[in-house]
Design a protein. Structure first.
Ligand code: NAD
Ligand code: TYD
Length: 357
């Protein structure tokens, strides 16, 4: 079995990826995570005692630490999930996005480059640097425009997407300049269990369960292409195994929905799974002033990964959403822990001055 240094593995997608990697015996894992507000080691509690899983708290930007871990564990791959990942936070505080997503990724690439030079030719042949990116680097689509392809020009519009785009460019440059065996995945919006409730779907679920208002930015007609997190993890593993070096792979859910539709679907599921007499959770929907620079539509053309690697999304949106709501209902300890002081402060910062329209 291969060994991977997985970064950002205490966050939403990274944790799901590590759990699947261990359950399916895909990989031995060293998880390097700084443990920011978005992380939760509870996500990985079930791996306690697993001899093929190690956790290290630290920053991807710390070349000394990363080099030490690479030399110690001699991994066959680095899979880089670590990032600041929330657009709204990038609008309030862009600097940390540059620090982690751009400088951090650059330092990780440097450590990987030095490590690669020291490996035997056989190990060099096998080594992969897989960088997890987003469809947001491609910018915004109008309704009539065709979905993002791997050759769509980058046109980021938020500090978050600009920082991810910059990181992607460095990954590309390290392939062409230094021959680092890189792979980049650009996925659409993920949803599923263990997502921090600052993003639309978990925020809506938790607010609805608490009968708090459900904030919809602008007219609610912005479109996202929702991908179930497990489908995403399976795609990443396939790209790691069989992806062509130096290339990007778009990963999407083939599932475009307006925000308003998503929120109404969640409300209908909660009406059924956690009913309150004579109450429709959709009555909590509140239109609030828009996010600045709000991208109108994302859509992914994932025909390349389907054609070349045989992947396509398995989960159906209605059943995926139902499973997700059920997970938050079943995991009240996780939810209560996450709703700590820092989270409350964020709600005040982002929503405090967005009075209903
Ligand atoms: P997340 O915010 O839930 O988790 C990020 C993790 O990275 C956290 O555990 C955090 O502690 C860690 N981290 C942050 N800065 C770090 C640093 N300097 N060093 C080490 N660890 C650090 O994010 P997510 O939703 O799981 O996203 C994972 C990756 O996937 C990100 O790169 C993101 O850009 C990308 N992505 C996310 C989505 C989505 O819908 N969530 C979609 C496409 C791509
Ligand atoms: P989000 O989950 O933040 O992901 P991203 O901005 O990376 O796509 O938001 C998804 C969509 O939902 C986006 O169009 C913004 C919108 N949104 C709201 O309308 N209300 C909210 O409270 C949040 C967090 C997002």
């Amino acid at each position: 079995m291969l060994t991977a240094l997985v970064t950002g593995g205490a966050g939403f997608i990274g944790a799901n990826f590590i759990l699947l990697s261990r359950k399916n015996q895909w990989l031995n894992v060293i998880n390097l995570d700084k443990l920011t507000y978005a992380s939760n080691l509870e996500n990985l509690a079930e791996l306690q005692g697993d001899r093929n899983y190690h956790f290290v708290q630290g920053d991807i930007g710390n070349v000394e630490l990363v080099s030490y871990l690479l030399n110690k564990y001699q991994p066959d791959a680095i899979i880089n999930f670590a990032a600041e990942s929330h657009v709204d936070r990038s609008i309030f505080s862009p600097q940390i996005f540059i620090q982690t997503n751009v400088v951090g990724t650059f330092n990780l690439l440097e450590a990987a480059r030095f490590y690669l030079q020291k490996l035997s030719p056989q190990k060099q042949q096998k080594f992969r640097f897989l960088h997890v990116s987003t469809d947001e680097v491609y910018g915004s689509l109008q309704l009539h425009e065709s979905a993002f392809r791997e050759d769509t020009a980058y046109a980021p519009n938020s500090p978050y997407s600009a920082s991810k785009a910059a990181a992607d460019h460095f990954v590309r440059a390290y392939y062409h300049t230094y021959g680092l065996p890189t792979l980049t995945t650009n996925s659409s919006n993920n949803y599923g269990m263990r997502q921090f409730p600052e993003k639309l779907i978990p925020l809506t679920i938790l607010n609805a369960l608490d009968c708090k208002s459900l904030p919809i930015y602008g007219d609610g007609k912005n479109i996202r292409d929702w991908l179930y997190v497990i489908d995403h993890c399976e795609a990443i593993y396939l790209v790691l195994q069989n992806g062509k070096l130096g290339e990007n792979y778009n990963i999407g859910g083939l599932n475009e929905q307006t925000n308003l539709t998503v929120v109404k679907k969640i409300c209908a599921i909660i009406d059924e799974l956690a009913p309150k007499s004579n109450f429709c959770h959709s009555s909590l929907i509140t239109f609030v002033p828009d996010r600045p620079g709000h991208d109108r539509r994302y859509a992914i053309d994932c025909s390349k990964i389907r054609r070349d690697l045989g992947w396509h999304p398995q989960e159906n949106f209605d059943s995926g959403l139902r499973k997700t709501v059920q997970w938050y209902l079943d995991n009240s300890d996780w939810v209560n822990q996450v709703r700590s002081g820092a989270y409350v402060n964020w709600l005040q910062q982002n929503y405090g001055n967005r009075n209903a329209k």
